[in-house]
Design a protein around this ligand. Sequence first.
Ligand code: CTP
Length: 405
Amino acid sequence: MATAELAGKHLVLGMTGGIACYKIAELTRLLTKAGATVQVVMTEAATQFITPVTMQALSGRPVYTSQWDARVPNNMAHIDLSREADAIVIAPASTDFLARLAHGMADDLLSTLCIARDCPLLVVPAMNRQMWQNPATQRNVAQLRADGIEVLGPDSGPQACGEIGDGRMLEAAATYEAIASFFAPKILSGRRLLLTAGPTFEPLDPVRGITNRSSGKMGFALARAAQQAGADVHLVAGPVALETPWGVFREDVQTAQQMHDAVMRTVADADIFIGVAAVADWRVDHVSDRKIKKTAERTLPSFSFVENPDILAAVARLSKPPFVVGFAAESDNLEVHGEEKRARKNVPLLIGNLGPQTFGLDDNEVILFEAGGATRLPRADKQTLARALITEIAKRLPPGISPAG
Ligand code: CTP
């Protein structure tokens, strides 16, 4: 998560009764770490699962539980609290609270706040699978959606009651991602992005291989930022130890040839292609099917190599290419190599950075190379940089595939 991703955002976090209340402690921490201010409001039932003292300590603000709170000078907590908010998030949202919301009830502070709001409302349901599947709940959820309320989740899997199925609350990290995504400007709405990330691994034998240094962090950050910007994202990833960004479709591959084939199979559907992967340029022409053993004479093995396909150049050569963006990490003379590589691969935009100094780090500094010249972006963490790059890419989409086109 980027620092200050939600800077300046003020959220009312409404908690209703349910065992998933424990997840809200972590969610509050994630939201405040991202720069948001969080005003917690709890129903009486929520206070049975986690104490207001805990939520006050985590949010750094007094918690409201009653509509008759003497701390509010004009006794209008239901109006005052939501007026400052950029959104109200109800998490966990119980079956009962969803029903009350759907029917416009206003019989406690939180329900009154929701009906008196002039900001978006997001609900994060949490309940037993039978309660979720009950036609009454499904009717209420459909009504809430029709009323313009965002419903985040629920998740599927083992539940606190011991049963397995739909209804449990999204994990705190996934809830955070959904909230951050809600606030991101939808500059790639309706666009389909295909991108490659991470290294490739070219086997020599069943236990050895050659690879490139790449953590995959930049590519995954771009996939996340594009998803948040409203794009439909297909991520083709080499071997990396990273979690799939929320809402992104991921396809795992090992070798350059597999990455090439995965891209070529789906590129016709893409509006934008970004090649972030550090693709191994060569593979051995014959992969040993047994482990290569040391010999008694200690003769060194020798390998002959063949060139891997250049995925970026192949996409750029298509008769109807998407908007193609390349990446390049150079050890020196970035200004010269960057523009030379962009022209050689015949792509409209190439993003260059100085590696290997940045490999695996969270910070990066890049230069955008395009026919009209080069532009340097300020140094930033990879998530912030990813958002800036997605903005730059959206601005450059040619008419016809631009969001406005
Ligand atoms: N790339 C690719 N397929 C390859 C090699 C590179 O798609 N076989 C893409 C990368 O994903 C990146 C860009 O091309 O977007 C530049 O990668 P880089 O390794 O710097 O390019 P090379 O052509 O291999 O240049 P160099 O001679 O510097 O290794």
